[in-house]
Write a protein that binds this ligand. Structure first.
Ligand code: AMP
Ligand code: ZN
Length: 468
């Protein structure tokens, strides 16, 4: 994995054998997920799936920011949730609820699985206050009126601060700011806790003031709460290389004296005409609109066709290519199912070869485009042998399904089956059985089984469950 801190490719070694603890920065839920955000989430979901396939037990936490993310990264501006809620005449939490629901639907379309914990910032303010107190107790913070700030210079001397961003403190101190904060010792310091103006809708009581937490704090406090002081992997988009991740790390290390994360992964940007796609610039496509025009699976295929660290300009043409690629995989699987097979033997060694190539690519800093190329090349070869031994071809189809599954491409397997239709079919099956037409009845059972429905006959009649 390429570790941004210290900017090197490193062999991954977890802290605890066989277990991976991973935290990735999640969505600020004030607007729909854009295709840039979604791209980053798909990569982390793929990393988790791959690590699990390799046999690790993965605890993956991704937060939901529902308070504290200001419109300006330098502790200035308004809370993004609050600003959007006011614009729409909504209670902030009503906006959050609506956006969360939309976020989950988008993630489902993209087959991004629910995370081990999806902690919301508003539910962890006591933990955040605890972290701030620890930082103060250890001498890395200071209180000014109702605000608490992190003393970056003090921390830098002991632990190094912005190495991840390859920046030195003077450079950070000299960065242009909308407004100087006269309460800060140094302008490079950042807020841990801010006193809330009276009209501020979200506020909590604390030992310093009625206020709200700085944005960076939630990730530190929630990662430590659910995954422990030091985790294996921490991920986010590359915009977090500064200031968010150095600040998260500084808070964590200042609070506990322990390193925060061993591997820092940063995903590249999805751009529009060369510019970073962002809500504040208004130059974005929502994941939803792209999924509606194509499909969640095509969008996922599009993302995975580029390496996670590479910036890419979003392109509808590439979306079409991704869709065509998916079609080739589906067609291959369908032809294998249809083929009766011939007499030649499909080279079974190819299957092991594909697996090795796939793993080699994925082990190389999660090189999904190379892994996909291997799968596509394999399909091209296997297509030439469709009249071969059906048993071996079936194995070829199985490995394609398995590896695509590791990438989160389910290829139609996950379609929801309507329970009412299952009931209807099973009543029909009962009728066939009553008439002694057992072969036809079994056919229904077998076809349901292929759709992931297992029928069980008991003394009291039948029942069915969704497999797995
Ligand atoms: P936000 O909701 O702005 O906090 O962003 C959520 C996640 O999406 C973070 O990990 C960001 O780094 C990531 N992100 C934001 N914009 C982009 C983009 N244009 N391309 C890729 N990832 C992005
Ligand atoms: Zn974060």
């Amino acid at each position: 994995l390429f570790n941004t801190f210290p900017r090197e490719e490193e062999r991954f070694e977890p802290i605890e054998e066989g277990v991976v603890r991973m935290y990735t920065c999640g969505q600020t839920v004030y607007d729909d997920v854009h295709v840039g955000n979604a791209r980053t989430y798909v990569y982390w979901d793929t990393l988790r799936r791959y690590l699990e396939w390799k046999g690790f037990q993965v605890f993956h936490v991704q937060n939901i920011t529902d308070v504290g993310h200001l419109t300006d990264d330098a502790d200035q501006g308004e809370d993004k949730v609050e600003a959007a809620a006011r614009e729409q005449g909504l209670e902030p939490m009503a906006l959050v609820e609506r956006q969360l629901e939309r976020y989950y639907r988008d993630m489902e379309e993209l087959n991004v699985e629910r995370h081990y914990v999806e902690p919301r910032a508003t539910c962890h303010v006591p933990e955040m206050i605890g972290t701030v107190q620890d930082i103060l107790d250890n001498g890395y913070g200071y209180v000014r009126e109702g605000n608490v700030y992190f003393d970056v210079f003090e921390f830098d001397e002991d632990y190094g601060y912005a190495d991840m961003a390859n920046m030195d403190l003077d450079e950070i101190e000299a960065r242009p700011r909308v407004e100087e904060d006269p309460l800060k010792r140094n302008q490079a310091d950042f807020a841990l806790w801010l006193e809330a103006p009276e009209e501020h809708i979200m506020q909590w009581d604390s030992q310093w003031s009625v206020g709200y937490p700085g944005w960076h704090l939630e990730c530190t406090a929630m990662s430590q709460k659910y995954l422990g002081d030091t985790i294996d992997i921490h991920g986010g988009g590359k915009d977090h290389i500064f200031p968010h991740h150095p600040n998260e790390r500084a808070q964590a290390v200042a609070a506990t004296g322990q390193e925060f994360a061993n591997y820092w992964l940063h995903a590249g940007f999805l751009t529009v005409e060369g510019e970073k796609m962002s809500k504040s610039e208004g130059n974005f496509y929502t994941a939803r609109e792209v999924v509606e025009e194509f499909s969640g699976e095509a969008l996922r295929m599009y993302y995975l066709s580029t390496h996670y660290r590479k910036d890419t300009d979003f392109s509808f043409e590439e979306m079409e290519n991704a869709e065509a690629k998916l079609e080739r995989v589906r067609n291959f699987l369908a032809s294998v199912e249809d083929t009766d097979g011939g007499s030649e033997t499909y080279p079974e060694g190819e299957i092991e070869g594909l697996k090795a190539e796939f793993e080699d690519a994925m082990d190389d800093d999660l090189n999904t485009p190379r892994a996909l190329q291997s799968v596509m090349r394999f399909i091209k070869e296997a297509n030439k042998s469709l009249d071969n031994d059906p048993e071996v071809l079936r194995k070829a189809a199985e490995i394609v399904r398995e590896l695509c599954g590791v990438l989160g491409l389910e290829l139609g397997r996950k379609e929801e089956v309507d329970g009412r239709v299952v009931d209807l079919l099973l009543r029909q099956r009962e009728r066939l059985r009553d008439e002694g037409r057992f072969e036809e009845a079994d056919e229904i059972r077998d076809e349901l089984s292929e759709l992931g429905i297992e029928v069980q006959d008991t003394d009291e009649g039948f029942c069915w469950i969704k497999k797995n």
